[in-house]
Design a protein around this ligand. Structure first.
Ligand code: CO
Length: 173
């Protein structure tokens, strides 16, 4: 397994629309394994394939157990996700490995029902609420070329652009 480089904002790769996975083969499994290693190394709870520059509809979510401990038992591998139902709204602070060190509140659906496939091509249907629901929506946005900062209102978006410039400068030093 390997820790991969994460593509960060404003790299145009992140705007690409990812294509559906057609083969649930060893190549996919290796990518998912490397993505998991990468996500843990960067202290993330979600990661989409496009964030490691692979434009396919695959993503990981691992919110950990009650103590926040992440493992293969709490990992959800999500291939070709599709929302079947959604209801309500909630607002939570979000962050993203492609927008490091920036966190802000985003409005999302409170509950979602999502259909997806696992690494072996087996179909699953899951009801998610709370943070899990947010994670499904945030990660699926990546597959359609969207980042959470695009969902901020005008004033917050301006604040983000300003703070991001400062963060980039700091990182270069
Ligand atoms: Co993200």
């Amino acid at each position: 397994m390997a820790v991969l480089d994460i593509v960060t904002y404003p790299n145009k790769i992140l705007k690409e629309i990812s294509r559906p996975v057609e083969r649930f083969d060893g190549e996919l499994h290796k990518l998912l394994d490397d993505m998991y290693e990468t996500m843990l190394a960067k202290n993330g709870v979600g990661l989409a394939a496009i964030q490691v520059a692979v434009p396919i509809r695959a993503l990981l979510i691992d919110l950990g157990d009650e103590e926040g401990k992440q493992s293969k038992d709490t990992l959800i591998e999500v291939i070709n996700p599709e929302f079947l139902e959604w209801e309500g709204t909630q607002k939570d602070k979000e962050g993203c490995l492609s927008v490091p060190d920036y966190f802000d509140e985003v409005e999302r659906y409170e509950k979602v029902k999502v259909k997806f496939f696992d690494r072996f091509g087996k179909e699953h249907i899951m009801d998610a609420d709370g943070l899990l629901s947010v994670a499904f929506q945030h990660e699926t946005d990546h597959l359609d070329g969207h980042l959470f900062v695009e969902r901020l209102d005008y004033i917050k978006r301006k604040k983000f652009e300003k703070e991001w410039k400062k963060l980039l400068k700091k990182r270069k030093k």
